[in-house]
Write a new protein. Structure first.
Length: 413
């Protein structure tokens, strides 16, 4: 009898074990079956507003910073994308569609606290500066945001401008809403319905070119807010897809190994999205860091390089990550970098910034000739988006291993 029981129950136990082992596979397969709905980029609908220079329609095809970046992300993921399939529409309807329907993505969107949990995000794409714009010949005076309550300010429907202004004390009756950029500028320039408008500084420069308005007629004296633009995906989008896109965007920004400037930087430069900015770093802070690093390299080069590449303080400022040390050898090879350690070992000889300036060669040549000095160029800050004008202080030092190195640190200019 026991033999019969063994013959009967052994296969049964085996079947149960095999079933349990197969359950993860079955669930994984179910998960994969859902991907075509919420995780297959080819099946997504890509929505954008008319918001130059980031996304806009030209000759029937989507153009702009965000479009070029998205196309490159698809290429890196080995997926097809057709620019004509990107739908440029009004913001309000595109926002509602992306919010309510799986399989949709909207760009470019400011990631405000109110929106954070409504979407899944990939970015940042670029820095977005919202500024006050008015005509110089007018009697408008803006020294602080509260001054806008003395005037009517135009904004575009669906943009974050309304909530940004109201959160800073501007009364709703003083904010006039328009459906498009052209309507916004006509209200200021031709119909005189508003005395000010709130719009991005990069978009303003392109709008002037498009509409033929003289740049000198306008003043932009006040920055309302500086924030970041993102790709916003419907909340039901598969996490794997979000991770894939984010990883590729990170690589797009950081890969400068080929010719000295990343694809990301080239795209921003293509649309002249370069800004002067401040990062709270003074000349004295930069010089002090370079002098400290040079002294440490003279004392113990190997240990100092290890600490720099680990991003440790003081070589990367603990409270302001934009201040960090980087070091070249005399052949313009990066030997240490607290901001972008992945660049260590790369030769940057003959590799310019996006404007064609061979600033790294100038740094090394200047240090060898003069000992120390400053160089200006265009760059992207680590962990941030957008191109900025940067200035770097450099200093030649002889290390404990008797080799000559050029120690550098910089700040936004």
């Amino acid at each position: 009898m026991k033999r019969i029981e063994r013959l009967i129950f052994r296969p049964l136990r085996l079947m149960i074990i095999l079933t349990l082992l197969c359950l993860p596979v079955l669930f994984t397969q179910c998960k994969k079956d859902k991907l075509p709905v919420n995780g297959d980029p080819v099946k997504f609908t890509w929505l954008a507003e008319d918001y130059p220079p980031f996304n806009y329609l030209e000759n029937g095809s989507a153009q702009g910073v965000s479009v070029d970046i998205l196309e490159d992300l698809f290429t890196r993921l080995k997926l097809p994308i057709d620019r004509s399939a990107i739908e440029i529409s009004d913001w309000a309807s595109a926002y509602e569609t992306t919010l309510s329907k799986p399989g949709n993505m909207l760009f470019s969107m400011v990631k405000t606290p109110e929106r954070t949990n409504l979407f899944k995000w990939v970015g940042p794409i670029a820095t977005h500066n919202e500024v006050v714009i008015f005509l110089k010949k007018s009697n408008v005076q803006i020294k602080e945001i509260a001054n806008l309550n003395n005037y009517f300010t135009g904004v575009i429907e669906g943009y974050s401008s309304i909530e940004v202004l109201m959160n800073r004390g501007v009364l709703r009756p003083n904010i006039i809403v328009y459906k498009s950029v052209s309507e916004l500028y006509r209200a200021l320039m031709e119909n005189f319905e508003v005395q000010c408008i709130a719009y991005s500084d990069a978009g303003h420069n392109l709008a002037l070119q498009a509409f033929g308005y003289p740049k000198d007629d306008f003043a932009t004296p006040y920055t309302i807010v500086s924030d970041e633009l993102y790709y916003a995906f419907n909340k039901e989008t598969a996490d794997e897809m979000i991770t894939d896109f984010q990883n590729q965007l990170n690589l797009l920004k950081s890969d400068r190994a080929t010719d000295g400037s990343s694809t990301y930087e080239k795209i921003l430069n293509r649309y002249s999205v370069i800004e002067h900015s401040t990062d709270g770093i003074t000349d004295e802070m930069v010089i002090s860091l370079v002098n400290k690093t040079a002294a440490d390299i003279e004392s113990n080069a190997a240990e100092t390089f290890t600490k720099i590449n680990a991003g440790l303080a003081p070589y990367r400022n603990a409270s302001n990550s934009a201040l960090y040390t980087f070091v070249y050898d005399t052949d313009v090879v990066m030997v240490a970098n607290a901001g972008t350690p992945s660049s260590v070992g790369t030769s940057f000889a003959g590799k310019p910034d996006v404007a064609g300036k061979f600033f790294r060669d100038e740094i090394v040549q200047g240090a060898l000739s003069n000992g120390s000095g400053w160089v200006d160029y265009i760059f992207t800050k680590p962990d941030l988006s957008g191109l900025t004008y940067k200035t770097t202080f450099y200093k030649k030092t002889t290390a404990s291993n008797s080799k000559v190195y050029i120690v550098c640190a910089g700040k936004a200019n």
